[in-house]
Design a protein around this ligand. Structure first.
Ligand code: 26Q
Length: 819
């Protein structure tokens, strides 16, 4: 492999400054002397985009005219984070930007902070998509990311006076969209509703209304690859004058109404990420972006052809379904092939099944999408017919393989009964070549539990690709101090494009000078975070305390309540003198989490955390010993500041519930130690970094299963552990609600009577491992040594490796220009 070092563009800083000035004066009409930071930001973005344009055109040209199969990543979410620092790094323009902007009298830091991050995703799945498009471009693989140009991204979170979550719309486009390139000439028509009629031997869909899908393109520059791929996000517009032919003439007003409402389709990202309501608008969003993307791919690879040979489609592009959200693409491609291009069923099925693959991201049954057949039928009548036909043929295929009738019934894509449902995960499994889970444990559980019947019949379909994260954003950019130290330690910065090289740091864990430098870097990151936090939130965590972080969406299965109960128990021990102040390890516990607006239990947990923080931080007895900090609005920017500053990372989900986790990888790569259960990718992290450098606790999957079967009694754990009893009783008695004993009743009742995720059962083990952690932390050098070994052995968790796994096992393609 060629060792790639940081790219540097030919452009000088003088040229950069000149281009910015030019842009300000001639395009924006602002004299540099009267420009504000936002003006400069806009001009800088234009300069960077301009600079990437030639490579973008060349990449697209090679993709269309070459013979390398492209990847079409279909994802309803891309949680991009800020674009400027990443584009500068990948384009080799960082120094020129800094010097150029300074020469114009501006602070580069402020220009970078002028960006409002596009929060077009909920959490892990959306961020993973963003990491994968970065890696695809960096590896030089021709790829399109396809998604939705939501006008409102994930809501902005604040807290009210009682500590409750308040949601505010995230109008991320307020300052324009300087990175987006709207391409009106590539727009596509997407139709909905109506009916299907028989015309001769053909079924003909007569839709009732349609919308225009307008692409907004974002450049995705690879790191040191010279390639620039495309992220194409679709925006819904109504046609100015609607085309009467498309309409059902007998219902004129009924047809106009949805037309008028067309633009709502891409208005807002749904903030739910597990409990799924079958809302029409959500299905409209899914079909909208997938239909536009499939039409776009055909137009791109078969330009100007009325009768393209679509039998070659699987050689030109493969579509990866990021969870079930884009699965309606399977019947859509069938419809296009059969209805629009005249292929027969078998030919269309062969093309379709070789074009799609499906990644599953969950183990929770309630998170598996099911749409009522009635809803699909009213919005997409032709697709429902096709889905029913896929199901019919699938069932007869199973029968001919000798699959038992019970099993066949369990496997039906369309459920039987009065209100039939379409199971999207099953449709994806049947309609594509491969299905993959996102960590080894998850992939195994998919085969053994969630999709067991399918893995019995189609064992070769099932794959694992353990998730990964991009080292560019989450190490090189987020943690410059550690990056410099790594580069120094390895004698090269080639690790940024080849993260396995981190292994070379392993011997340095025994080098006292290196360990010392490592300690200094972490210390500096903690001070930087404290300063950032004071500016942003008005709270300054004390860098002399251990920074103990738990950041992820708020979910019962992720068990933020286990953490808060442990904090309360520690608080109680300080108050009642059980804990000797001299023996307490000073900590700052940092929470970051948004809850789905309709998820009552999660929102109540947020309120509890905020009030525990309030009570503890206003209590003089805990000063310098225990502090709880819950910054509002956890997002990519906050992650980039917090992760490098963290000492202890909490990955404490109930075993068998977190598909993978990806923040666990980011923390390990940034030299935090993990306290975690054997769940998701924690298992692989522990294997790689070494059991001695990972704090394991809690029930494991077989024990959880056994407890469910035997009958789980949370109250028995409450009775058995004084620390737990004290903590729960404090919540119940109103200590964190000004005496109001009802405030947290639903939470307390759940803990004592249901506790589906077994927080009570894991509490004692969790408290016990905390003492082990504290002892380990007191040995400063020993802790740093463990942290270095985490960094050195986490190279595997690069999204470059994950994408290479997809290329080898699933996509069967590779970089441009190597065919
Ligand atoms: C679906 C239908 C309707 C409304 C919303 C949704 C929806 C939206 C987002 C369902 C799920 C999500 C997001 C899921 C998610 O982020 N899953 C996480 O994916 C990560 C990347 O693989 C894993 O690391 C995490 O373990 C997994 O929880």
């Amino acid at each position: 492999m060629v060792k790639k070092t940081a790219p540097r563009s030919q452009m000088t800083s003088e040229e950069f400054a000149r281009a910015v000035r030019e842009r300000l004066e001639h395009m924006q009409g602002v004299a540099p002397s009267s420009a504000c930071v936002d003006d400069v930001y806009q001009a800088v973005v234009a300069v960077v985009r301009d600079h990437l344009m030639d490579s973008w055109l060349a990449t697209k040209d090679m993709m269309v005219h070459g013979s390398t199969k492209a990847v079409g990543y279909l994802s309803a979410e891309y949680l991009l984070g800020s674009q400027l620092p990443n584009s500068l790094l990948n384009a080799g323009l960082t120094d020129q930007f800094e010097q150029g902007v300074r020469s114009l009298g501006f602070d580069p830091e402020q220009v970078i902070e002028a960006e409002h991050e596009p929060g077009l995703g909920n959490g892990g799945l959306g961020r993973l998509a963003a990491c994968y498009i970065d890696s695809l471009a960096s590896l030089g693989v021709p790829a399109f990311g396809y998604g939705i140009h939501y006008q409102y991204g994930i809501f902005e979170q604040s807290f009210d006076g009682q500590g409750r979550q308040v949601e505010h719309p995230d109008y991320w486009l307020a300052g324009g969209d300087p990175w987006g390139h709207e391409d009106l000439n590539r727009s596509r028509r997407v139709s909905f509703g109506g009916r299907v009629v028989q015309e001769g031997g053909r079924r003909v869909w007569e839709p009732a209304w349609c919308v225009k899908a307008v692409p907004v393109d974002y450049l995705v520059p690879g790191y040191a690859s010279g390639r620039v791929n495309t992220l194409r996000l679709w925006e819904a517009r109504s046609y100015d004058e609607f085309d009467l032919e498309t309409f059902n003439r007998s219902d004129y007003l009924g047809a106009v109404k949805p037309q008028v409402e067309a633009e709502t389709i891409s208005k807002v990202l749904y903030p739910e990420d597990s409990t799924l309501e079958g809302k029409t608008l959500r299905l409209e969003q899914q079909y909208f972006f997938v239909a536009a993307s499939i039409a776009d791919a055909i137009a791109t690879f078969y330009p100007g052809q009325d009768h393209p040979d679509l039998a070659t489609l699987p050689d030109r592009i493969c579509f990866q379904l990021n969870d079930t959200h884009p699965v309606i693409g399977i019947p859509e491609l069938m419809r296009v092939l059969i209805d629009d291009y005249g292929y027969d069923w078998d030919a269309a099925w062969s093309i379709t099944t070789r074009t799609f693959n499906y990644t599953c991201h969950t183990l929770l049954p309630e998170a598996l999408e099911e749409w009522s057949a009635e809803l699909i039928g009213s919005l997409l009548p032709r697709h429902l017919e096709i889905i029913r036909e896929i199901d019919r043929r699938f069932v007869s295929d199973l029968a001919s393989r000798g699959t038992g009738t019970d099993q066949v019934d369990r496997m039906r894509i369309v459920t039987a009964g009065p209100d039939p449902k379409v199971r999207m995960a099953y449709l994806a499994t049947v309609g594509g070549s491969y299905v993959n889970g996102v960590a080894e444990l998850h992939s195994r559980l998919l085969k053994e539990v969630t999709l067991k019947d399918f893995s019995q019949v189609f064992p070769d379909k099932f794959m694992n690709v353990t998730n990964g994260v991009t080292p560019r954003r989450f190490v090189r950019l987020a943690n410059p101090g550690l990056s410099d130290l790594i580069t120094e330690g390895l004698g090269t910065d080639a690790w940024v494009a080849d993260l396995d090289l981190l292994k070379g740091l392993e011997p340095l864990a025994d080098d006292p000078a290196f360990v010392d430098r490592f300690i200094q870097v972490k210390r500096q990151n903690k001070e930087d975070f404290a300063a950032y936090s004071r500016r942003r939130y008005g709270f300054e965590p004390d860098p002399d305390t251990m920074f103990d972080s738990i950041v992820k969406r708020l979910h019962e299965y992720k068990r933020q309540s286990l953490k808060i109960l442990a904090v309360i128990a520690q608080y109680a021990a300080i108050k009642d003198g059980t804990a000797d102040p001299a023996g307490i390890l000073p900590r700052t516990v940092i929470f970051g989490a948004k809850a789905a607006p309709g998820y009552a239990m999660a929102k109540l947990t947020i309120r509890l955390i905020n009030n525990v923080a309030r009570v503890i931080d206003s209590d003089p007895e805990t000063r310098g010993l225990l502090s709880v900090f819950y910054p509002r609005n956890y997002n990519i920017e906050l992650a980039e500041h917090l992760i490098p500053a963290t000492d202890l990372d909490e990955q404490i989900s109930q075993a068998g519930k977190e598909a993978s986790g990806t923040s666990n990888m980011k923390f390990a790569l940034n030299g935090a130690l993990t306290v975690g259960t054997l769940d998701g990718a924690n298992v692989e992290i522990r294997e790689r970094v070494g059991a001695g450098n990972f704090f394991l606790f809690g029930l494991e999957v077989p024990e959880v299963t056994r407890l469910y079967e035997e009958g789980y009694d949370p109250r028995s754990y409450y009775e058995a552990d004084r620390r737990l009893k004290t903590a729960v009783d404090m919540v119940a008695s109103g200590v964190f609600s000004d005496g109001d004993r009802d405030a947290y009743k639903p939470l307390v009742q759940d803990w004592l009577n249901k506790d589906y995720f077994m927080t009570m059962a894991d509490f004692s083990a969790y408290m016990d491992i905390q003492s082990t952690i504290e002892n380990a932390y007191r040995d400063k050098e020993g802790w740093a040594r463990k942290a270095i070994l985490n960094v050195a052995n986490s190279g595997y968790f690069s999204s470059d490796r994950a994408v290479e796994d997809y290329l080898r096992q699933i996509w069967h393609t590779g970089p441009l220009g190597q065919e």
